[in-house]
Structure formats: C-alpha cells, structure tokens
Design a protein around this ligand. Structure first.
Ligand code: RFL
Ligand code: PHB
Length: 397
C-alpha cells in the first residue's frame, strides 16, 4: 500500500492548485484522477481570474505565462435596451482588476509544475473509492491496469467536481444540498478572431436573451448566448450563432463583431448548488465538488481557488503548528464566502437573462434595474467589488 499525507481526488484546478500549495509547504500528496491529462486539458471552461486566484498561482510558482499572456481587465461593459455602459471596476475597487486567462492554460501550467517537481499523479484511475474517512486512517482505493491499488493517508481532499465520488460517498443524512436549476443554458463558442472589446468583458441583456463577449487573447475570443436547454450543438451553425450574437448586442458593437470558424462549441446548463458541510471527518470537499454557480458571475474557478487556499492553510497549521483549528473551521469559513458568491451569481443571472415569465413587464424591470445600476455609484461599486472577489477574510472578526 502507498502512503501519503493528503490524497487528492481530481486533477482539475482545485486538485492541482491544492497539490502545489501543499508541496510548497512540504506536505506530501498524491492526485488520483479518473481521466487522462489530455482529456482534462480539453475542457474549455472558465476564463476570468480574480486577483486572489492570480496571486495564488504566482505564490506556487506558475505566474510566468499568466503574467506574459493573461489580459488584465479594468472594466466590464453592460449592454441593455440597445445601449452600452462601462463599469469602471478598477476605479470602483481601489485599483483591483480581473485577468482573462483560460482555465485550460492555468491547468496546463499547474500540470507542468507538478510533473516538473516529479509529484505523483495517477491518471485513468477507475472505480475510485474513498474509505474510512470517519476514522483515523482514511484510504483511497482505485483500479488501474487491471489491478486494485490503495493509498493510506491522513486526509482526503475531494476535488473531483460536481459529478465526483467524494460527495456521493457521504450518507444522505449527513449532508444538506441546496439547489436551483435555471430554465436555460449557455451555448459557448471559441474562435480565433480578435475580440469585439479588448478592454472589457461584455454582458448583454436583450429581449432575445443574454449574450457574453470575452477575450482570451488579442486573437482568440470566447462568446456565449443564452439558449433553450433542449437545444443541440448541431442546431447551431456558425452562421446562426454569429447572427444571434449580433442581434443581442447594441448596433455599434454588433457592427464590430469579427466572425470566423469556431474551434469549439458546447452547451452548458446553468445551476446554483451548495452542499453543506464541506468536511466529513478526515475528508474535505473543495471546488465544484461542493458548490456550483451559474457562470454569469465568473466565480466557479475562483471559489475553487479560495477553498484550496483555506484548506492548504488548515493542513499547514495541522502539520506545522499541531493545531486542528483551521481544519475545524474550514467548512464554515468556505461556506461564508461561497454563499456570497452564490448570491452574486444568482443575482447577475436573474438580472441579465430572459426567463419563461420575463415578458414585457419583466424585461422593463430588468432594464430599469440596469439603468439604476449604471447610474448609481453605490450599486456599481457593489457589482465591482463582488466581480473582483471579496477579500478572503471578508466579514471575519
Ligand atoms: P473540475 O474542473 O470539474 O475538476 C474535477 C476533476 O475531478 C475528476 N473526477 C474524478 N477523479 C477521480 N475519481 C472520480 N470519481 C472523479 N470524478 C471526477 C474530473 O475528471 C476532473 O478532472 O472541478 P474543480 O477543480 O473544482 O474546478 C472547478 C472549475 O472547473 C469550475 O468551477 C469553472 O470552470 C466554472 N466556470 C467559471 N469559473 C470562473 O471562475 N470563471 C469563469 O469565467 C467561468 N466560466 C465556468 C465558466 C464553467 C463553465 N462550464 C462549462 C461548467 C464557463 C463555463 C461554460
Ligand atoms: C469566459 O471567458 O469563458 C467567461 C467570462 C466571463 C464569464 C463567464 C465565462 O462570466
């Protein structure tokens, strides 16, 4: 049987970042991942990193490419009722910014750092099981190459995403789940075309539904439009996508959209979800394994980063200072921050999307709220400070 201090399930952003933070603190860890590394890298997802997340990446030594290739955004733009308004995020938050850097790129950098330091990662681990985390000697069991393997550890970190095995292994009576499923999805495309706005991320409310324009680099763009949940990617030719996107923007911006062949197209459902608590004996959930936000607020990946910051701190305190205070407060600390991001993401989703009952009145109320928001410094600041991410110790005494 192999032994390690922390067995991490999942090599997504939370598992990889946690592994790196622990390694920097001299804590052994093994990552067990169901997929291949290429598969993990093939998932096109998030793009917007809060300063907390970029600081963590630099802290673990993977900031070089981020600093060279990431694009710093000082503002976001809101489009509604055929007009466009900038929110000066930088100015409203004492100089804070967000950085556009694809989740794929961040994952690639973390994987390279991990293999560069010869840290163990088991890819293509089948039938992963988390065992005995209620007691003192947790274990992880999996199958690979026709054989059963076991890892003995002090702690298990469940970084295995929404469909992972860790949360699913907890008895139903010990966990409470809160969920809201939205009656629409996002159709996203990636294309090697210059972004419509190199300076801002554009969020559009329109009578035809929501649209989002995000730059990944000066030559690569990510666009989304709200679509019915039962739509299939095959229903959306490139031409149909670009036409629909333009119809949802203000006329001047629509005329500036540069189109081209798409290199990825996918539909994602929108969901809010929180599981409480995030600790079960010696097993800790982090990232999407514990909570999901609709992507409107760009918070999912950033919450994964703040969870593992708290969790690595708790493990460091346990091994170095011989105290379990951080471990004991992990769930409560995370959930406080998680629920604020849940609230923000739900609010922005509700404000920007067309719901089945939006109709004339609902549309007018959304436009009135947006008009109030862009003209009220206090509301604009509230949006901006949530967008860049609340401080890690926000509200703590
Ligand atoms: P992940 O990325 O799902 O990784 C979990 C890993 O665990 C593996 N796994 C298992 N391994 C072993 N045994 C098992 N039984 C396993 N089951 C699963 C999986 O293969 C996988 O490799 O979770 P993690 O690390 O917590 O990271 C979370 C982020 O991926 C997620 O929150 C973001 O992508 C959300 N998100 C966004 N977040 C942002 O902060 N900013 C954004 O701009 C943003 N945009 C987005 C998004 C998510 C989107 N989609 C498709 C859901 C845009 C979209 C469209
Ligand atoms: C992205 O670039 O994929 C992106 C940007 C902002 C969001 C969600 C996704 O709110």
């Amino acid at each position: 049987m192999t032994r390690t201090q922390v067995a991490i399930i999942g090599a997504g952003p939370s598992g990889l970042l946690l592994g790196q933070l622990l390694h920097k603190a001299g804590i052994d860890n093994i990552i067990v991942e169901r997929q291949t590394g290429e598969y993990v890298l093939g998932r096109i997802r998030a793009g917007i990193l809060e300063q907390i997340t970029t600081d963590l990446l630099r802290e673990v030594g993977v900031g070089t490419r981020l600093d060279a290739e990431g694009t710093v955004h000082h503002s976001i733009e809101l489009v509604f009722a055929g007009t466009r308004h900038a929110i000066d995020v930088h100015g409203l938050t004492n100089g804070q910014v967000v950085t556009a850097y694809g989740q794929t790129e961040m994952t690639r950098d973390l994987m390279a750092a991990r293999s560069g330091a010869s840290l163990p990662t088991v890819y293509e681990a089948a039938d992963v099981e988390v065992l005995d985390y209620d007691g003192d000697k947790p274990r992880v069991r999996y199958r690979k190459d026709g054989q059963t393997h076991e890892i003995a550890c002090d702690f298990i970190a469940g970084c295995d995403g929404f469909h992972g095995v860790c949360r699913a292994s907890v008895p139903k009576g010990s966990i409470t789940e809160f969920e809201k499923v939205y009656p629409f999805g996002w159709l996203g495309v990636l294309a090697d075309v210059p972004p419509v706005s190199p300076h801002a991320i554009v969020y559009a409310n329109s009578e035809r539904g929501f649209a989002l324009c995000s730059m990944r680099s000066p030559t690569r763009s990510r666009y989304y439009v709200q679509c019915p949940l039962d739509d299939k990617v095959e229903d959306w030719s490139d031409q149909r996508f670009w036409d629909e996107l333009r119809r949802r923007l203000d006329p001047e911006m629509a005329s500036r959209v540069i189109t081209g062949p798409t290199i990825e197209k996918s539909i994602a459902p929108l969901r809010s979800f929180v599981a409480e608590p995030m600790r079960f004996g010696r097993m800790f959930l982090a990232g999407d394994a514990a909570h999901i936000v609709p992507p409107t607020g760009a918070k999912g990946l950033n919450l994964a980063a703040s969870d593992v910051k708290y969790l690595s701190g708790a493990f460091i305190e346990y091994y170095r200072d011989k105290t379990s205070a951080g471990i004991d407060s992990y769930s409560e600390r995370c959930l406080r921050r998680v629920w604020k991001a849940e609230r923000f993401s739900w609010w922005l989703t509700t404000l920007m999307h067309r719901f089945p009952d939006t109709e004339g009145f609902g549309q007018k109320v959304q436009e009135a709220e947006l008009d109030y928001l862009v003209n009220s410094e206090s509301l604009s600041r509230s949006l901006a400070e949530n967008y860049v991410g609340l401080p890690l110790n926000f509200g703590e005494r």
